[in-house]
Design a protein around this ligand. Structure first.
Ligand SMILES: [Zn+2]
Length: 339
């Protein structure tokens, strides 16, 4: 008679310890502005693109140019100004990690001055990016370890192109997966004539996750937020079969590889990859040769039309003559991913 009670207790303690693991918020706000949680007061948190525009233009997603342009991060408003009205908010690391890159020449990027920090959260490599900075913290070096909350920079409004007006001063904050270590070489051969001053730390090699959803998710009083579940639970825009079996993403994100006993037994001949609307590969199913039809390098297997209609700015898939195809951007994402 004692067994059921013991089992219940054991289960309860397992649940309790899981809840404890995930109760801690993996990511902190990069500034003292936490108004994201004030529902209805979003303009206290987000810097919109123009005074008359909605707060959503400072959020993540297809929020620019009437839904036709992607914004891969959050634009978090300044809270502190000097006597000239310039932003002075300290920018803090969102989680424990290592500084992997900073660009101190604003003219070389539309991010202006920016810093990238690598984090391992639940075993997953995630890269935070902080842009439009006025200064990187003096003495900060690439390779330096940082703790969550450590000041790494000062907010600014630097950029290579548009001038960010004083009223709109913000930090552009991203959380990303890294697509490919071979980015620099790939970019050189695929974008002749275009400059890349940032090696693999070019924004095109970082695929943004919806930071707003992450920060809201980990604040949910119900608890239970898990970054891994968040990534695994992305909505599929499309599914593509690739015939490459050895690319860096597989080694970097093995937790996103699904099990397939057929491929395990017969050998892997390709991967069926689920992409979200921003091109994040969030589920990779190994496939055996016997499961693959056709010879195309990239084969579009399915499109979630509802998701495409809701978030169409990246145009990873396009309709031509009533048939879905991979668009230029979709092909580029897959070329980079599997290179
Ligand atoms: Zn931004």
């Amino acid at each position: 008679m004692i067994f059921p009670a013991v089992r219940r207790l054991a289960l309860a303690s397992v649940l309790f310890s899981c809840a404890n693991i995930f109760a801690q918020s993996p990511f902190q706000f990069p500034t003292a502005n936490h108004a994201l949680y004030e529902i209805g007061n979003e303009l206290k948190f987000f810097a919109p693109t123009a005074p008359e525009k909605q707060w959503t233009t400072g959020s993540f997603g297809c929020v620019r140019s009437d839904g036709w342009q992607m914004h891969e991060g959050l634009d978090i408003r300044s809270l502190q100004r000097d006597r000239h009205g310039e932003p002075t908010d300290p920018i803090m690391a969102t989680a424990d990690g290592t500084v992997v890159y900073f660009n101190t020449r604003p003219s070389l990027s539309n991010y202006g001055r920016y810093v990238i920090v690598r984090h391992i959260v639940e075993g997953i490599e995630i890269y935070s990016l902080y842009a439009h900075l006025t200064a990187v913290r003096p003495g900060l070096k690439i390779g330096d370890p940082v703790k969550a909350g450590d000041v790494i920079a000062t907010m600014g409004r630097t950029s290579d192109a548009e001038t960010i007006p004083q009223w709109r001063a913000h930090v552009h904050f991203e959380l990303n997966v890294l697509v490919n270590d071979n980015f620099a070489a790939w970019f050189k051969s695929n974008s002749p004539g275009e400059r890349n001053d940032h090696g693999e730390w070019n924004g095109q090699n970082l695929n943004g996750l919806d930071v707003r959803e992450i920060l809201l998710g980990e604040h949910d009083p119900k608890g239970g937020f898990s970054l891994l579940n968040f990534i695994r639970g992305q909505t599929e825009l499309c599914r593509v079969l690739v015939r490459t079996i050895n690319f860096p993403y597989l080694k970097r994100y093995p937790m996103l590889i699904l099990k397939n006993p057929v491929a395990e037994k017969e050998g892997v001949a390709g991967y069926e990859i689920a992409l979200n609307y921003n091109g994040v590969a969030f589920a990779l199913m190994p496939r055996a040769a016997s499961e693959i039809k056709g010879k195309a390098k990239f084969q579009l297997l399915s499109v979630n039309e509802g998701e495409e209609a809701a978030h169409h700015c990246r145009k990873l898939v396009v309709q031509r003559g009533g048939r879905w195809q991979l668009g230029t951007n979709g092909l580029r994402e897959l070329e980079l991913l599997t290179n």
